[in-house]
Design a protein around this ligand. Structure first.
Ligand code: ZN
Length: 450
C-alpha cells in the first residue's frame, strides 16, 4: 500500500476539517514520503488520479491512554455489583495468563480495532514487564517489545509509556499478582527502560503508575530521568477517592501536590483521569503547563466519577482522551463524552464545542504522546487522514453546514471508513488492509481466557 519514495499522492476530500469552526468543501491533500506536502481548499472536483474520500476527512485521532490487554475483560463482570477495585481483580487474572507471545497477539488485534476507529497513535501505559513472580524474561523488555511489534503490524504509531510500579499501596508491599509489574527500584526500572530499541513508529515515554505505586522520592527520580531524556511523563492521578485518601493519610498532600513537590508537573506531564481534584490541584496543573488525559468511557464503566473537564480547560489545561480499559474503542464516543458528561454534571450544555473536541482528539492528543508533528491537516504534518462517511442510517441526510458537529456528536467508530497513517492507506471501505481484525480478536480473546 505504501508509495514510492518522493512520489506525490493526491487525496481529494469531499469535505475536510482544516481547523476553524466547520468543515471545508473540496479539499485536496497532497502527500509525499508520509507527510502532507500541500493542502488546497476550494477544489470543486477530484483531479485525475486523486484518491477520492467521500464524507468528512479529519486529521488522525490520538489514543492518549491505553492498556491493550484490558480488551480481554470487555463486557465481563457486569452481572455483579462492585467497584473499580473488584474490576481490577478480574483484570489481574487476565494479566496473569499473558506471556510475550499472547500479549503480542492480543495487542495486535486490539491495536487493529483502534486503527479501524481512526486512532493513528496510541499511548500504551505499559506495566506488565516481567514473568510470573516478577522473574525477568531472558530479554527483560520482551513484553514491551511485543507491544511495539503489535503496533507495527497493526499500522499504528505507539508511544510506549514505560511504567515504574514499585509498591502495592502507600503503606503496602506488592501483592503476588503485582510482582510482574516491578523492577525492584527506580534504578532497576531505568536500567531496563534504557535498553529499549528504537523504531520509526515508536516514541518512548515514562510513567509513574500512581502515587500508590511509587513514593515521593521515587517519583522525583523518575521525573528527573524522564526530564533529562525529554520524554513525555504520564501518571494515573486521582482516579479514585480512595487514592486521594491514601495520599492524604501517608503524605498529608493530594496526589497532584505530591507530584508537584516531586518535580513531575510541567509541560511534559500528563495526568491521566484527574477525576477527583481540588481547586488547588486544578490550578497546579494549569499553571505548570501540564495536560490531562480523560478516559470517559472507562470512568463511567468503572463508576469512577466525572472529571472537572471544563474547569481544567478554564485553567489552561490541554485535554486529551484515551480508551484506557478498552470498555469501548470508539474515538468519537470517547471525545464527545467530555462534553456530554460535563452536561450531566453541570446541568448546562456547550462547555466544549465540536472544534474543541476535534482538537482534543487530534493535535492536543498527539502532543501528550510526543507526536507534535501529527494531528493536523497542514503542510509538513504527518499524513494521517481519517474519513467519516455520512452514508449510514446514523448520519444519512446530515446538514452540510454542520458536518463537523454531526460527526463529533453523531458518528461512531463504524462510520470511520478510510484511515491513512503516515501516508499508508490502512483502512479502505471500513476494512483493515493487512489484518483480519475480528478474527484476530476472536482468537486472541479465546486464548486469553483459556
Ligand atoms: Zn490506566
Amino acid at each position: 500500500m505504501s508509495d514510492e519514495p518522493g512520489e506525490t499522492t493526491s487525496y481529494w476530500c469531499e469535505w475536510a476539517w482544516v481547523g476553524g469552526p466547520e468543515a471545508a468543501p473540496g479539499v485536496q491533500v497532497d502527500v509525499a514520503d508520509g507527510r502532507i506536502s500541500r493542502v488546497r481548499t476550494g477544489v470543486s472536483s477530484a483531479p485525475p488520479a486523486a484518491r477520492v474520500r467521500f464524507g468528512l476527512t479529519l486529521p488522525g485521532f490520538a489514543n492518549g491512554h491505553s492498556h491493550a490487554f484490558h480488551r480481554a475483560v470487555r463486557g465481563l463482570g457486569h452481572q455483579a455489583s462492585g467497584s473499580f477495585w473488584t474490576w481490577r481483580d478480574s483484570m489481574y487474572e487476565v494479566a496473569d495468563a499473558l506471556d510475550p507471545d499472547r500479549l503480542h497477539r492480543l495487542a495486535r488485534a486490539t491495536f487493529g480495532e483502534m486503527v479501524l476507529a481512526g486512532y493513528t497513535s496510541v499511548g500504551e501505559f505499559h506495566y506488565l514487564h516481567h514473568g510470573h513472580g516478577g522473574v525477568p524474561y531472558a530479554d527483560a523488555n520482551a513484553m514491551g517489545d511485543a507491544l511495539v511489534a503489535a503496533a507495527a503490524e497493526a499500522g499504528i504509531r505507539i508511544t510506549l509509556l514505560d511504567v515504574c510500579y514499585l509498591r502495592g499501596g502507600t503503606d503496602r508491599e506488592l501483592e503476588t499478582s503485582q510482582r510482574r509489574f516491578s523492577d525492584g527500584s527506580v534504578d532497576g526500572w531505568i536500567a531496563r527502560a534504557s535498553e529499549r530499541r528504537t523504531a520509526d513508529h515508536l516514541r518512548l515515554g515514562a510513567a509513574v503508575h500512581s502515587v500508590r505505586a511509587c513514593s515521593p522520592s521515587e517519583i522525583s527520580e523518575v521525573a528527573r530521568w524522564a526530564g533529562s531524556h525529554e520524554l513525555p511523563l504520564h501518571a494515573h492521578v486521582s482516579e479514585q477517592p480512595a487514592e486521594n485518601e491514601q495520599s492524604l493519610a501517608a503524605f498529608g498532600r493530594t496526589p497532584t501536590q505530591v507530584l508537584r513537590d516531586s518535580g513531575a508537573l510541567g509541560p511534559h506531564f500528563t495526568a491521566v483521569h484527574a477525576t477527583h481534584l481540588t481547586a488547588d490541584d486544578i490550578d497546579l496543573l494549569g499553571s505548570s503547563g501540564a495536560a490531562v488525559c480523560l478516559c470517559p468511557t472507562t470512568e463511567r464503566d468503572l463508576a469512577d466519577g466525572i472529571g472537572p473537564a471544563a474547569r481544567l480547560a478554564g485553567a489552561g489545561v490541554s485535554l486529551a482522551v484515551g480508551s484506557d480499559s478498552q470498555a469501548v474503542i470508539d474515538a468519537l464516543e470517547e471525545v464527545r463524552a467530555v462534553e456530554l458528561d460535563e452536561r450531566l454534571a453541570s446541568g448546562r450544555r456547550g462547555a466544549f464545542n465540536a472544534t474543541d473536541l476535534a482538537r482534543t482528539l487530534t493535535a492536543d492528543g498527539h502532543a501528550v504522546l510526543g507526536w507534535h508533528d501529527a494531528g493536523r491537516l497542514a503542510e509538513g504534518a504527518r499524513a494521517d487522514l481519517v474519513t467519516v462517511s455520512f452514508e449510514s442510517v446514523r448520519l444519512a441526510g446530515a446538514h452540510t453546514g454542520h458536518l463537523l458537529e454531526v460527526a463529533l456528536f453523531g458518528a461512531t467508530a463504524a462510520d470511520v471508513t478510510e484511515v491513512t497513517i503516515d501516508g499508508v492507506d490502512l483502512v479502505v471501505d471500513g476494512r483493515h488492509q493487512s489484518l483480519d481484525v475480528p478474527r484476530e480478536l476472536a482468537e486472541s480473546l479465546r486464548e486469553s481466557w483459556s
